[in-house]
Design a protein around this ligand. Structure first.
Ligand code: SF4
Ligand code: SF4
Length: 104
């Protein structure tokens, strides 16, 4: 039986069925194994089997040869105001001579 997403779960990956050539590349490239495409069936579209596990890396979108994939980012991600330095980790301050502490 083909995997099916749970009803009511937000699916960020939209596939244009007119543009999709059923090539399987999105299934192959997705690092989270979120997209499933029946390999030998040129009729079926890819299925977004685990949409809530997508981490928005964009690989499926950038790999698709016909630009059939659109990623819908949730508003909470677009509106995020977290300082990028906090996301990257600690801030290392330079000393007056341009060195970082502990580098002498
Ligand atoms: S954005 Fe990344 S994680 Fe999400 S479905 Fe595409 S390839 Fe997979
Ligand atoms: S990579 Fe694009 S064209 Fe190929 S199966 Fe996925 S959505 Fe369709």
């Amino acid at each position: 039986m083909l995997p099916q997403p749970e009803p009511g779960v937000f699916n960020p990956i939209k596939i244009d069925e007119q543009l999709c050539i059923r090539c399987n590349l999105c299934d192959w490239i997705c690092p989270g194994d979120i997209i499933y495409k029946e390999e030998d069936n040129k009729e079926t579209l890819p299925i977004i089997a685990y949409p809530d596990e997508c981490w928005y890396c964009g690989l499926c979108d950038s790999t698709c040869p016909t630009d059939a994939i659109t990623i819908i980012f949730p508003k909470s991600m677009i509106d995020n105001q977290t300082d990028v330095l906090r996301l990257l980790g600690k801030v290392v301050e330079e000393t007056e001579d341009g060195q970082t502490p502990g580098s002498h």
